[in-house]
Design a protein around this ligand. Sequence first.
Ligand SMILES: Cc1cc2nc3c(=O)[nH]c(=O)nc-3n(C[C@H](O)[C@H](O)[C@H](O)COP(=O)(O)O)c2cc1C
Length: 221
Amino acid sequence: MDLLKAMKERHSVRTYTDKRIEGNVKEDLFSFTEQCNKDSGLHLQLILDEPDAFDSFMAHYGKFSGVRNYIALAGKKSRDLEEKCGYYGEKIVLYAQMMGLNTCWVAMTYSKGKARFQINKGEKLCLVIALGYGKTAGIPHKSKSRERVMNVQGTPPEWFLNGIDAALLAPTAVNQQKFTFTLDGNTVSSKAGMGFYSKIDLGIAKYHFEIGAGKENFQWK
Ligand SMILES: Cc1cc2nc3c(=O)[nH]c(=O)nc-3n(C[C@H](O)[C@H](O)[C@H](O)COP(=O)(O)O)c2cc1C
C-alpha cells in the first residue's frame, strides 16, 4: 500500500480486537517512531500492551474499547510544538495504516493520569493516538468543499487541487477542518482557523497536502 491509498483508507477506529502488535510490525513501528524523533526533535513514544489509559469512564464515554496501544505525542515546549506533533503524528498514523493497523487521534477521551508516557523537564504532552487492529476499518467523514479551504486567483494547477483533496481526507478534531491553503505562484501558505486543537489539525493537514500535491511541485511560505 502506498501513502495515497493509506490516506484514502484511513478513518478513525475506536474499537479494537485483542490481536497484539508484534514481530516485524512492532519492530518497524518502533524504528519509524525513533526516526521521526530524530528528524523532528520531538519526544514521540510508542506504548504497547498497556490497557489502563483507555480503561476509564472518559474512554468508554468516548466509545473506545479494546485499546491497548497508543502513541504519546510530546516534545519541548515551543511555539510550533502542536503543529509539529500533528505533522509527525500523522506520519506515524499513515505508516501504521500501510501495515494494516488502525488508529484514532485522541485529545480528550482517555485517562491522562493512568497513561504511561514520560514527560521530561521543559516538555509538554499534546495528545495521544490510539492504535491496533480495528474491529472495523471506520467510515469516511463528511467533508467541506475545496472552495471553503483554499484561496486562489484564477484556475489553480492540478497539483494544488490534489493537495487540497488530500488535506480534506485528514483527521481533524471534531471533524472541524478549520484550515486554509493559499496559492501564490508555486508558494503555498497555510493557516489554522480558530478552534480547539486547530494547530495540531493544521500539522496533520500539511502532511496530507504534501503527499497529495507532491513536494517537488511547490514550496511552503
Ligand atoms: C487533534 C484531534 C483530536 C481528536 N480528539 C478526539 C477525541 O478526544 N475523541 C475521539 O473520539 N476522537 C477524537 N478525534 C478524532 C476525530 O473526531 C476524527 O478524526 C474526525 O471526526 C474525522 O474522522 P476520521 O478520522 O474518521 O476521518 C480527534 C482528532 C484530532 C485530529
